[in-house]
Design a protein. Structure first.
Length: 283
């Protein structure tokens, strides 16, 4: 075990926190400049969430992307295969279809489970439901676009990129180094979401995304899945879980779809990505 990498692993998280704070003030300044708020009115002096997300996620992508490439220059190679091979495998029908199905089934399964649990534990889920109503209720096109596109890219570069890579290096000599690294980044991904309900399912998502990233040797598949999860939140009909019995049936079907699509993706990306011996550069 190399503890120094666990310490280094926390640096991108701290840097992203600083970037988030700076982005918040920048977004607030932009909101004021554009005349969307009156700074003297405490009820309307709110940051435009779309602008905030745009600033925050764009800066995180740039920072983590550069950090990623500088720290792990061979990241575009997996089992000596060029990134073009990973790209081809990702957008192969047996790659892209399971990834999209996985993203949709994750969102449906999560919503249906939360609906069923919320039906029996109304008090415990009241604050969470209020938060999600606020989240889903944003009619800002910019907000929706950033949540469904650059947001997942930023989070994947941070957690399935830098965090996972540093955690793997920390346990480089361990037999189960990848399993340990996936678990660590999933824990941090859960903490990042800030509340017990979101943290619970974020931990599970983190395990799934991390496992696919390790298997594929690239964050690209997890980015596609994460984007699909977030986009599905806005595409699902509002009354799909209108009745508890219907929600329960949907929950079972979506969980089966989740397991099946994850297995297909995992098998597909686990197949040999290596180049032929004749294609390898001579030493």
């Amino acid at each position: 075990m190399k503890p120094k990498y666990l310490i280094i692993m926390m640096a991108p998280l701290l840097a992203c926190l600083i970037v988030t704070i700076l982005a918040y003030f920048a977004a607030f300044a932009m909101t004021v400049i554009t005349g969307q708020v009156d700074v003297l009115d405490t009820y309307s002096a709110l940051v435009d969430e779309g602008i905030f997300n745009l600033f925050r996620f764009t800066l995180i992508i740039i920072m983590c992307g550069v950090w990623y490439m500088k720290s792990f220059p061979d990241i575009f190679y997996h089992r000596e295969a060029p990134f073009s091979v990973i790209l081809k495998k990702t957008f192969h029908p047996m790659g892209i279809i399971p990834l999209i199905l996985l993203g949709v089934s994750i969102q449906i399964a999560t919503d249906s489970i939360l609906y069923v649990l919320g039906h029996f534990f109304r008090t415990a889920f009241a604050s969470y439901e209020h938060m999600m109503e606020t989240f889903e209720g944003s009619n800002s096109v910019l907000f929706i676009i950033t949540v469904c596109t650059i947001g997942p890219v930023a989070e994947e570069l941070l957690f399935r990129g830098l965090t996972l890579q540093y955690a793997t290096k920390a346990f480089d000599n361990k037999k189960y180094k990848y399993a340990i690294a996936v678990f660590i980044q999933a824990i941090l991904f859960a903490v990042y979401h800030g509340n017990i309900i979101q943290s619970t399912y974020a931990f599970i998502f983190g395990l799934l995304f991390g496992a696919i990233t390790v298997k594929a040797g690239s964050v690209l598949p997890s980015i596609i899945t994460h984007c699909t999860v977030n986009a599905s939140l806005y595409l699902l009909p509002a009354d799909i879980f209108k009745y508890p019995k219907r929600a329960f049936v949907i929950m079972i079907i979506s969980l089966l779809a989740l397991i099946g699509s994850f297995a297909l993706a995992y098998i597909h990306f686990g197949s040999d990505n290596s180049t032929d011996d004749d294609d390898k550069p001579s030493e």
